[in-house]
Design a protein around this ligand. Structure first.
Ligand code: GDD
Ligand code: MG
Length: 358
């Protein structure tokens, strides 16, 4: 079985992290984002994965080669010379993808429990030309909204609706039959606007409701919300992956090579990466500390992402969706609030909310 992951552009919404590594390699719960999806695909028997990219994928090649050999699968990249949207890349990759069998297509910026087995069974049962996953959200206007019958047959698909029609949105996970290749032209095309609506009108498209959490992790705020949902799911499915003990509250993941000081209070909803060193008495909640970062004593980090190999002093306060890039230095006692700091910068004073250190 084969799969295509829509990896797309430069990940500008995840800057400054994506100034250091391509978005698919940004860690989410201590693992490159793309690897969560690839491993879930491999678990249901996918042996060939195509990553559809519209930039030069050099920075990812070594990583992909290593993962392919580890997982015993083939991973290829399909590079567009101009962005082909969400459908064009599927047509472009047809020579790799089309073996006469159905295949998976995933948006790369989503995280959930991937119910691929159920999708395969449902496609067989309904003989659908495509099966999509749907999930309810509070604000559907940012997404593709799906209207469907009780049987799961999709009546209509409306991308970014102006008026409220339903809370059930397209989760960005599809199982498609080769019939779709005939419905896509090789040009910049939106699968949501140009391919799904006519397929729905022909009664060929079915939907399943996703069980469990779903999150769009394409920007820092949503990334942290997605992280808390993923940790919560792990606490039920694989509690061993999380920390227990008096230093930890709620769901906390700490890489085995990280060192957490005496009297720290970590959690809920925190991920600490490989080789991080957290000084005594530091408090961290609702945040991600990416690998190799050092934090001094008695600092306070809340709802923030701290980039790789950064150096944070003591008595520092970092809060409210602050994102630090790779190798950022923050001296003792400074206060950072809702700020962005680009890679390799030194923070030389406290930062007012909304500051971007370039
Ligand atoms: N290769 C390639 N080329 N990939 C692309 C391109 C392109 O030109 N444009 C977008 N992508 C990838 C993105 O990287 C992402 O993984 C996926 O296609 C969807 O694009 P987004 O730009 O993230 O779309 P969205 O978030 O506004 O909406 C989509 O996702 C929602 C779920 O998060 C739609 O599929 C909605 O219907 C859906 O609800
Ligand atoms: Mg998106």
């Amino acid at each position: 079985m084969k799969a295509l992951i829509l990896v797309g552009g430069f990940g500008t919404r995840l800057r400054p992290l994506t100034l250091s590594v391509p978005k698919p390699l940004v860690h989410f719960c201590n693992k490159p984002m793309i690897l969560h999806q690839i491993e879930a695909l491999v678990a249901v028997g996918v042996t060939e994965v195509v990553l559809a990219v519209n930039y030069q994928p050099e920075k990812m090649q070594a990583f992909l080669k290593e993962q392919a050999s580890k997982l015993g699968i083939k991973i290829t990249t399909s590079q567009e010379t101009e962005p082909l949207g969400t459908a064009g890349p599927i047509k472009l990759a047809e020579p790799f993808l089309n073996d006469g069998e159905p295949f998976f297509v995933l948006n790369s910026d989503v995280s959930c429990e991937y119910p691929f087995e159920d999708m395969i069974a449902f496609q067989k049962k309904t003989n659908a030309a495509g099966v999509l996953m749907a999930t309810p959200v509070e604000d559907p206007s940012k997404f593709g909204v799906i209207l469907y019958e009780e049987s799961g047959r999709i009546k209509d698909f409306v991308e970014k609706p102006k008026q409220f029609i339903s809370r059930f949105i397209n989760a960005g996970i599809y199982y498609l039959t080769p019939e779709v290749f005939d419905r896509i032209e090789l040009r910049p095309t939106s699968i949501e606007k140009e391919v799904f609506p006519p397929m729905a009108a022909d009664g060929k498209l079915y939907v399943m409701e996703l069980k469990g959490f779903w999150a769009d992790v394409g920007q820092p705020k949503d990334y942290l919300i997605g992280q808390s949902l993923k940790l919560n799911a792990l606490s039920k499915r694989d509690p061993e992956a999380l920390m227990a003990g008096e230093r930890y509250t709620g769901n906390v993941m700490v890489h085995p090579t990280a060192k957490i000081g005496q009297g720290c209070s970590v959690g809920p909803d925190v991920v600490i990466g490989a080789n991080c060193v957290i000084g005594d008495g530091t408090r961290i909640k609702g945040s991600t500390i990416l690998p190799g970062t050092q934090i001094g004593m008695h600092s306070f980090i809340e709802k923030s992402i701290i980039g790789w190999e950064s150096n944070i002093g003591s008595w520092v306060r970092i809060e409210e969706n602050t994102v630090l890039g790779e190798d950022v230095t923050v001296k003792d006692e400074f206060h950072l609030h809702s700020s962005i700091v680009l890679p390799h910068k030194g923070v030389k004073s406290s930062l007012k909310p909304g500051t971007i250190v370039l």
